[in-house]
Design a protein around this ligand. Structure first.
Ligand code: BG6
Ligand code: MG
Length: 220
């Protein structure tokens, strides 16, 4: 019978409020370099997916074509701005409310923990936020080749901590991430709106709502 042996957390938009900086940097890129704008609704498609796939989605959205070199430049410019925001605005205070408390509950209950993030900047962020000690493994965008909704990032996390996928619960704020968890045969708790994260087992709006009992209710 399935039980919960591990929780795997997406990072941007789940553990920390960095998703807004990804959006700000993409918006700045489209407005200043590409000559159009993106809104929050379109941004839902960019959440959870790799930097290179985001460039493709943005160009496709605007009906633009670029060479591989131009695409690489666009991605590099966006990342430069993202890192500027992170360096100046992100501190441990940006870890979302209730996250550290819930991670402590998991530790006391013997439930393993991992991060499963598409971001190549995850190691830097984890360091800057001072949260490394709460996780048994960190899988980031440098360690995977297939973007969410491919399950690679979560399957790698489960493998590193030695837990079967069916005994893992993923926390995700992105549609593509919820699909990745389901494709990995894992349970998934959405962090955000159930209207957006339609395939999550259930959604929370904050980790202050989480408890061991609420976690176990994902099995029902
Ligand atoms: C995900 C974010 O965590 O990481 C996406 O949700 C982002 O918005 C992706 O595009 C890749 O991040 P990075 O830091 O490698 O550009
Ligand atoms: Mg996310």
């Amino acid at each position: 019978m399935a039980e919960i042996k591990a929780c795997i957390f997406d990072m941007d938009g789940v553990l920390v409020s960095t998703e807004i900086y990804h959006f700000k940097a993409w918006k700045r890129l489209t407005e200043t370099v590409l000559g159009f704008s993106i809104d929050e609704k379109f941004n839902e498609n960019l959440k959870g997916v790799s930097r290179a796939v985001c460039v493709d989605l943005i160009l496709q959205h605007a009906g633009l074509q670029k060479t591989p070199e131009e695409k690489a430049e666009l991605a590099a410019q966006k990342n430069k701005w993202f890192l500027e925001y992170v360096q100046t605005e992100i501190t441990p205070a940006n870890v979302y409310p209730g996250v550290i408390e819930f991670l402590n509950v998991l530790k006391q209950s013997g439930i393993k923990t991992a991060i499963g993030s598409a971001s190549k900047n995850a190691p830097l962020l984890v360091e800057k936020l001072g949260i490394k000690q709460y996780f048994d493994a960190v899988v980031d965008g440098n360690m995977i080749t297939k973007a969410k909704p491919n399950p690679e990032v979560f399957l790698k996390g489960a493998e590193l901590i030695g837990v079967s996928p069916c005994d893992c619960v993923v926390f995700e704020d992105a549609k593509s991430g919820v699909e990745a968890a389901k494709n990995a045969n894992m349970h998934c708790i959405g962090v955000g709106s159930p209207a957006v994260l339609t395939n999550a087992d259930f959604c929370i709006s904050s980790f202050t709502e989480m408890s061991l009992e609420r976690l176990k209710s994902v099995l029902i």
